[in-house]
Design a binder for this molecule. Sequence first.
Ligand SMILES: Cc1cc2nc3c(=O)[nH]c(=O)nc-3n(C[C@H](O)[C@H](O)[C@H](O)COP(=O)(O)OP(=O)(O)OC[C@H]3O[C@@H](n4cnc5c(N)ncnc54)[C@H](O)[C@@H]3O)c2cc1C
Ligand SMILES: NC(=O)c1ccc[n+]([C@@H]2O[C@H](COP(=O)([O-])OP(=O)(O)OC[C@H]3O[C@@H](n4cnc5c(N)ncnc54)[C@H](O)[C@@H]3O)[C@@H](O)[C@H]2O)c1
Length: 471
Amino acid sequence: MSDGTANGTDSSRGTGPSGGMDRTFDVIVIGLGPGGEHVAGSLAERGLRVLALDDRLVGGECPYWGCIPSKMMIRAADALAEARRVDGLAGTVGEVTPDWSVVARRIRDEATDDWDDQVAVDRLVGKGATFVRGRGVIEGSGRVAVDGTTYTATTGIVVNTGTTAAVPPIEGLADTPYWTNHEIIEATELPASIIVLGGGAIGCELSQVMARFGVDVTVVEAADRLLALEEPEASTVLASTFESEGITVRQGVGAEKVVHDGHTFTVTLADGSVISAERLLVATGRRADLRAVGLHRVGVAEDARTVPVDDRCRVTGGVWAVGDITGKGAFTHVSMYQAGIVIRDVLGDDGPPASYAALPRVTFTDPEVGSVGLTEKQAREQLANVQVGVTPIGETTRGWIAKADGLIKLVADADRGVLVGATTMGPAGGEVLGALAVAVHAEVPLERLRSMIYAYPTLHRGIEDALGRLA
Ligand SMILES: Cc1cc2nc3c(=O)[nH]c(=O)nc-3n(C[C@H](O)[C@H](O)[C@H](O)COP(=O)(O)OP(=O)(O)OC[C@H]3O[C@@H](n4cnc5c(N)ncnc54)[C@H](O)[C@@H]3O)c2cc1C
Ligand SMILES: NC(=O)c1ccc[n+]([C@@H]2O[C@H](COP(=O)([O-])OP(=O)(O)OC[C@H]3O[C@@H](n4cnc5c(N)ncnc54)[C@H](O)[C@@H]3O)[C@@H](O)[C@H]2O)c1
C-alpha cells in the first residue's frame, strides 16, 4: 500500500499537503470506489482542480475485496467443476486435486498487488488529481475536513464512500472471530468447514467456491429462499444445485446465537437446531455509515440508510453521491454509471438523466443468474397487465447437449407490448442476459423480438421459445 499523500503538486509529511499548498479545489471527491475514482480522474483530466480522498485503497471494495478477487475464486472453482464433468461426457481425468494456494497467490500477485494501490494512486495523480489518504468528513457546504485540515470546494463535493459488511445483532456474534468478505478474500488457507450466514449474492457465490475446493459448507438464509431478490424459479434451481454439490442449505431459518470456543463456531438456529464449523462467514448485506461522512450537515436525515439523490445524482446544491450509498443497486456498474452522470453534470455537459429501469445484475454462481429490470412480482405490483414466459434451459438444444440447469424467464408489460424484466440462468447466464438487457433498455416491441432469427443451437435461442410462452 502506498503510504501518505500523493498529489500533482505536493506530498509533504507523507500523509497531507504542506502548509503552502492551496486548500481550495473545484471538486472534492470523498471515497474512491469505482465511481469516485472515475469522477476524480475524469474531472482532473478536464482541467478541474480535484482533491481525491480515500482512507483505504483507491478503487474501493471491488478490486481489493469484492468483484475481482471473488471472480478469480469463481473462475478457479468453475475449472474444478468442469474437470469433474469430464466423467460421463468425455472419459476420465483422474482425481482433481484442488489447491487454494494457487488462487490465493493469484489474488495477491495479479488482482490486488498484495493490497497495494500504488498503481491506482499513480494513475489518478497522472491525470492531474491531488490525492490524500485520509477520512473525509463534510463540515458544511463546500467544506471537507481530513485529519484536522479543512479543504474548500468551490464547485462541489462528490461522495462515494461505499459500504461495509452489515453484521446482524445475533447474540454472541460480535465477540467471535467471524469472517466478512475481507477475511475470506485474504485467506491463504481454507477451513475444513464453514457456516455462511446469508444466502444472497456474496453468500451464494462464495459458498459454491468453497464447496468446490472441498470445504464442508452450510448456508443459513433467514428468508425462505436463496437469492431472495431474484425470481423464485432461479432460487429453486440454485438450491438443488447446491445440494447436489454437497452444500447444506438451511432456508427460512435465522441464526439466534453464536458461540466460539477458541476452535469451533456453534450456531443455534431459530428452530432450535445447532450447527458447528471451523469458520463463520457473515454475508448478510451491507451498511453505510452516512453520519460519519457528515452527510447530515448537507440535509441527509441523521438516520438515513441510503442517500436520496435525484436523476443527476445530486443530493443538494453542490453535493453529489454515487455508488452503493445511493441505494440504487450495490454494483460496480451502478457506481460507474452514476459517475458518468455526475461528471457530465459537474461539467455542464448534456446527457440523459439516470434511469434504472433496465438495471442488469449477475450472480456468478454455476449456473449463473443474470437478470434485468423487474421480477414478475415487482411487475405485478406496478403494472395492470403482466405476461410471463419461462423456458427451462434444458429444453433448449444447447442446454440439453450440455446437461445444463437453469431457465430463461421473460416478464412483459402486455399493455405496452415490451419486456420489462428477464432472468437468464444457465451456463454463461450473464452473457445471455446481454440480449435481454438491450430489449428492456431499448423497449424493443415484442413483435420485433418475435421476428428475429435466433442462431441454432444456442442458449439464447431459448428467448424465442420463452417469447412464445408469454401468457
Ligand atoms: C465479495 C463481493 C463481491 C462483489 N461482486 C460484485 C460483482 O461481481 N459485480 C458487481 O457489480 N458488484 C459486485 N460487488 C459490489 C461492488 O464491490 C460495489 O458495488 C462497488 O465496489 C461499488 O461500491 P462504491 O462505489 O459504492 O464504493 P466502494 O467500493 O465501497 O468504495 C468506497 C471507498 O470509500 C472509502 N471511504 C469510506 N468512507 C470514507 C471517508 N469518509 N473518507 C475517505 N474515504 C472513505 C472506502 O475506504 C472505500 O475505499 C461485490 C461486493 C463484494 C463485497
Ligand atoms: N455478482 C454480483 O454482482 C455481486 C456479488 C456479490 C455482492 N454483490 C453486491 O453486494 C451486495 C451485498 O451482498 P450480500 O450477499 O451481503 O447481501 P444481499 O442483500 O444480497 O444478501 C444478504 C442475505 O442475507 C440474508 N440475511 C440477513 N440477515 C440474516 C441473518 N441474520 N441470518 C441469515 N440470513 C440473513 C438476507 O435475507 C439476504 O438474503 C449485494 O446486494 C450485491 O449488490 C454483487
